[in-house]
Design a binder for this molecule. Sequence first.
Ligand code: SF4
Length: 418
Amino acid sequence: MGGASLLKETGPREVFCGLTSIVWLHRRMPDAFFLVVGSRTCAHLIQSAAGVMIFAEPRFGTAILEEKDLAGLADAHDELDRVVNELLARRPEIRTLFLVGSCPSEVIKLDLARVAERLNGKLNGSVRVINYSGSGIETTFTQGEDGALRALVPLMPSSSVKQLLLVGTMANVVEDRFVTLFKRLGIDQVESFPPRKSTDLPSIGPETQVLLVQPFLTDTARALKDRGANIIQAPFPLGVEGSSLWMKAAATAFNINSSLVDSILEPLVLRAQKALQTHKEKLNGKKLFLLPESQLEIPLARFLHRECGMDLIEVGTPYLNRDMMNSEILLLPENTQIVEGQHVEKQLDRVREHQPDLVVCGMGLANPLEAEGISTKWSIELVFSPIHGIDQAADLAELFARPLHRHDLLNQKLLAHS
Ligand code: SF4
C-alpha cells in the first residue's frame, strides 16, 4: 500500500446516514421522487439537510412508520401502497420513484424490493419504482448515492458502442466542462451516470470505459463491471494533478496520443496553478487531520498535501477499497497514517494531542472542536460544492483556506479587545 500505514478502528461512530445523499440526487434528477420509508427522525434529518428546498415543490418525502408498524401490529405494505398511490395521483410528473429504506424499515425487515416489484407490476411502466437503502446502520452518508446508482444499473440498456461513461454526481457546469474537454481530446461519445433525467439512463457494455468521478461508488463500479464495462484506474478529479491524471487515464484507454493531451491540458494546468497560489500561501505548512465521513478523505489529503503543502497528521476514511484507492495512496507521502473505520473518542483524543490547524469532520463534531479553538471544515460541504476538475482546484483549496482565515480574524479581534 505505497508507503502509507494503515490502522483499522471500530467503535462509536459519528457520521450522517445515506438518506443525506437524497439532497444532491434529487437536484440531479428532477423527474425522480425519493420516498423515504422511515421514522419521524428520518423525516427531520432529510428536511433539515435539504434546508429551504422543502418549501419549494419537494421531490422527496417520508412515509412515516408509526409505532404500531414497528411493533408489527399493522401491515406496513398496505400503508405504503396507499402513500404511493396518493403521491403519484398528486404528482403525475414523477417518472422514477425511489423507495429509500432506513434503519427503522430495516429493523422491522420491511422488504422494499418486494414492494417495488408489486408496484412496478401495478404501474405497468408509467413510473419506475426502485428501492435501495439509505440506512445509517454501519454505513456513511455517501453510500446513499452508491446504493441509488447500484439499483439503477440493471435498468441500463446494453450496448456495444465505444464510449466513456462518467460515473458519480457532479455539478452540471462541471459535467459540461468535462464533456467539452474530452471532445477536444477526441472522445466524442461521453455519457454521465446518473443522468440529468432519470429515464435517460446511459447504455453499458464491453466497449464502455468507466471513469469514476466520485470515490465512494464501490458497489456501483462492481455492478458496472459485471455488465462488461472496464473501470479505468486513476486518481480522482480533485485538484490540478488529480484531474490531469484522471483525464490522461481516460485518454490512454482511448489510445489518444499523449502529446495531444499535454498540449490541451497544459494551458489549463498553468492557469489553475496560478489561481491556487493565494490559497497555497495560507495552507502551506499547516497541520491537517481528516476524520472519517465522506470517503473523499484520501483524494483530498493527496491534493492538500501535494498541491497546497499541508502536513498530514492523520487521514481517516470510513471504508477503504484498496483497488479503487491504489492510485491515490501511491501519491501520498511515506508513512502517511491512514485510519479505516471509526472510534470517535480515540480519534478525538488524537486530534487534541496533535492540535492540528484544521480538522475535516462531520457537522456533529465541528462545533465542539471549534469551541476548543480548532478550525474545522464540514466534510458534507464537499459533496454540495462544484469541486471537480482542473479549473475548480482554486475553489477547492479556498474551501479549506476559509476556516483558517476566519480563525486568524477571530484571534486578531480577541487580541484587539484584550
Ligand atoms: S435512516 Fe437511521 S440514521 Fe438515518 S435518520 Fe433514519 S433512523 Fe436516523
